[in-house]
Design a protein around this ligand. Sequence first.
Ligand code: SF4
Length: 275
Amino acid sequence: MRFHKSSGRVFVRQSWLNDMVLCPERARLGATLPQMRSGSDATLMGTAVHHAIEQVLECDGTMALEEMITAGVDKFHYLQVMEQWKETNIDPTKYEVYIASMCEAWLNEIAPTLEFGGRTEYQFAYPLGIEVGEWAVWCEGTMDYVDPKGVVYDWKTASRSYNAKEKQSTAVQPTVYAGAVNAMGWSDFPVEFRYGIMIRQEKPKSQIVRIERNESHMRWLRHAVRPAIGMALHVGTDKPWIMNDTSALCSERWCSYWSVCKGAFLTDADLSVPN
Ligand code: SF4
C-alpha cells in the first residue's frame, strides 16, 4: 500500500491484501520497512523460472528446453549473488534439478495450452471505484501473462498442488487482475484467470487451475479493501497493527520482519517444547 499525495490516490497490491489477511502487522511492516523484505531459496527459484518463461514467451514458444533451463539456472545463480535470501528446508543440491524440472513442466505441459502473442509482465493500475476519506483507491500490480483474448495467467512454483475450490472461493489475486483486464477493455466479465503451477520436485509435474471472476467478486473486493485502508488511515502506519502469530509463515524462516517483531521478544529456547 502506498499513498500518493499529489494525486490523492492510495495504491494497493494483491500481495499487500494477502498480508493483511495473514497478519496485519506484516502488511504494515512491508509498507514501512520495504528494505527488510528478503527472499528465500524458494522465491529465488520462482523468480528464475519466471525469467525463463518470459524468454520463451518473447519468442512465441520457439525456444528449446535446454536453452530455457540455462536461462533459468543462470538467473538463479545471479540472484543468489545479488539478493538477500534465506535457506529454507529445500536441499541445496537439488536447486538446479528443481529449476530444470519446473521449466520442463511448463514448456511441455503448460505452454501447449497457451495462445501466444499476448502481453508479458504487464504493469497495471486502475481505480477500484471507491474512496476512503480523501483518498481514491487504486489497484496496481504486474500480470505474468495476458493472452490475446484477455485470459490472465499467473505462474506459480509450489511445493504441492493447489486446491481449485479454495482458490475460486477465496483468492484475491484473480479478482484484482480480473478488474485490471476489464478496466483495460481486454475482457468483459466473467474474466478467466489461470494459475499455471509447477511443482518443485524432481519429476516434472504441472497443474492448471481455472478461476472465474465477475462483478460480484469485484463488489466483494471493494467491500473488503475499504476497512483495510480505513484502518491504515485511522491507526497510522507508525504504530503496530494487529499481529497474527498463529500462521505457519510467522517464523524466522518465512517472515522478513521476524527480527523486529516476534523474534525481538522470544528466542528459539522460548519457542521450544520444554524437556
Ligand atoms: S513475525 Fe509474525 S506477528 Fe510479526 S509481522 Fe511477521 S507474521 Fe506477523
